[in-house]
Design a protein around this ligand. Sequence first.
Ligand code: FES
Length: 190
Amino acid sequence: MADTAATATPETAGETDTGIRRRDFLDIAAVSAAGIGGLAVVYPLVSQMAPSKDVLAASSTEVDVASIEPGMAIKAIFRKQPLFVRRLTPQEIQMAEGVAVGSLRDPQTLEERTKEGHKDMLVTMGVCTHLGCVPLGAAVGEPRGEFGGYFCPCHGSHYDTAGRIRKGPAPKNLEVPEYEFTSDTVIQVG
Ligand code: FES
């Protein structure tokens, strides 16, 4: 490269300069066009990403819990994932409250995992916190594991009656999603 520059005549050097200038201009023009094109492309993408009212409505799930008997659970779907809603029996509440919270892998009381005045209503995601399998125990006859809550057969995680991890590889309790009671018998999740 140094040789070429050294042997270049003023004329050819001038052409080179002109060439560079021309290329610079073409490059700048190309970048500008790309920038404008980029903006034109990005805007519809951004506007598509903003959730519409329909999508926002679909992102919450309403569940009527009136028909859930003590000791029973139902499965619902929340944001395309399984959701467990379970009404605890007095005995299951007692089991959950009889555990020394400090001894838990993911220390949480039943009270912290339920809504005030509704300690018997356990709402959790039905997604194992190990690798995402759907635990058993929500449907009648399914094994509920050694602690009477849910059991994930994928790698043997046992959750208690408050959905807290008690044994096996799962690192966290079953997630309690955002939800609220909109009446005595209806919850809105999300
Ligand atoms: S995914 Fe549940 S124990 Fe591994």
